[in-house]
Design a protein around this ligand. Structure first.
Ligand code: CP
Length: 329
């Protein structure tokens, strides 16, 4: 497919290709070189749900390759506020743009939009569905962190915790990880927020060991990665909102958990945002400054990976090295 809507369209070979292209993008992402390889191309950045990282880093990645960006944020700023359909919006945007990134609160809506256009569409998050570019930058981060630590992905122990029911980043990530050699994956989530059974079955059928535990209050001494996600209260039903009492200590990734249950090389990841409001602390700020906290290395890695996605979808990935010069600023 020339779209990136779900991890299901990727295989081990295409993911490895994106990881290699992302590594080649680092000199541009780190602002040592400038590229004009997408000069003249226009990105449509359509966000119908709140976003900082995905919206701005896709925008910046396209600009760093020499392209320009049209940004539309929220229903009120598009003619969907006047009842325009996804189909019509897609047909219209296709006449203006050479690539489109879209985030929307409804699962399947980005695929519906993409079905109406030949312009490459990237799913920037569709409700509780998927967030494939986030999973790719997460895998790129794990790969870079493991290289730094002298570790291998094969056989690694990875903990996914938090809201595994509505957390679209973990839905994409667990499928992406399952393309690799057998892993040990542990799942911990508050009651009612468990990983969908279909995903557990898929990953198990690919030869991975999945264990579900009831809380973080157990031994994780051999853990390589803890990946935690925000409780997505905006996706709760009214009934869930009434019964959810907040996140108990049993599900909080904090200094006590990292220092007493994990080890010195366990890395801590989170797609962000982390909810810093009282009682909602899924990833405690008392970990700030700890070298194991990889969350801002993750956000930085969003730029080279999103550049790699654009370059690959727009078929300029082989031209990068021919089209760079040193920065002048
Ligand atoms: N990780 C992520 O999708 O962040 P934003 O919601 O800020 O884009």
């Amino acid at each position: 497919s020339h779209h990136l809507l779900t991890v299901d369209s990727l295989n081990r070979e295409s993911v490895d290709h994106l990881l290699r292209v992302a590594a080649r993008m680092e000199p541009i992402a780190q602002r040592r070189q400038v590229s004009r390889v997408l000069e003249g191309a226009v990105l449509g950045n359509l966000f119908f749900e709140a976003s900082t990282r995905t919206r701005v880093s896709f925008n910046a990645a396209f600009c760093r390759l020499g392209g320009s960006v049209c940004d539309t944020t929220g229903f009120t700023f598009s003619s969907m506020a006047k009842g325009e359909s996804l189909y019509d919006t897609s047909r219209v945007m296709s006449g203006y743009c050479d690539a489109i990134v879209m985030r929307h609160p409804d699962q399947g809506s980005v695929a519906e939009f993409a079905a109406a256009t030949n312009v490459p569409v990237i799913n920037g998050g569709d409700g509780p569905g998927e967030h494939p570019s986030q999973a790719l930058l997460d895998l790129y981060t794990i790969d870079k962190e493991f290289q730094r630590l002298g570790k291998r992905l094969s056989g690694a122990h990875i903990l996914l915790t938090g809201d595994l029911k509505f957390g679209r980043t973990v839905h994409s990530l667990i499928k992406l990880l399952s393309l690799y050699d057998p892993l040990r994956i542990t799942l911990v989530s508050p009651p009612g927020l468990e990983m969908p059974a279909t995903l557990i079955d898929l990953v198990t059928s690919r030869g991975h060991r999945i264990e579900q535990r009831e809380s973080l209050a157990s031994d994780f001494a051999d853990l390589d990665v803890v990946y935690t996600t925000r409780i997505q209260k905006e996706r709760f039903t009214d009934e869930m909102n009434e019964s959810f009492q907040g996140l108990s200590d049993d599900f909080m990734v904090n200094r006590d958990f990292l220092d007493h249950r994990c080890n010195q090389s366990t890395i801590v990841m989170h797609p962000l945002p982390r909810d810093s409001r009282p009682g909602a602390n899924d990833l405690n700020v008392n970990l700030n400054g700890d070298p194991r906290l990889a969350i801002f290395r993750q956000t930085d890695n969003g730029i080279p990976m999103r550049m790699a996605i654009f370059a690959t979808l727009l078929n300029v990935d082989e031209l990068i090295e021919q089209d760079v010069r040193p920065v002048r600023w």
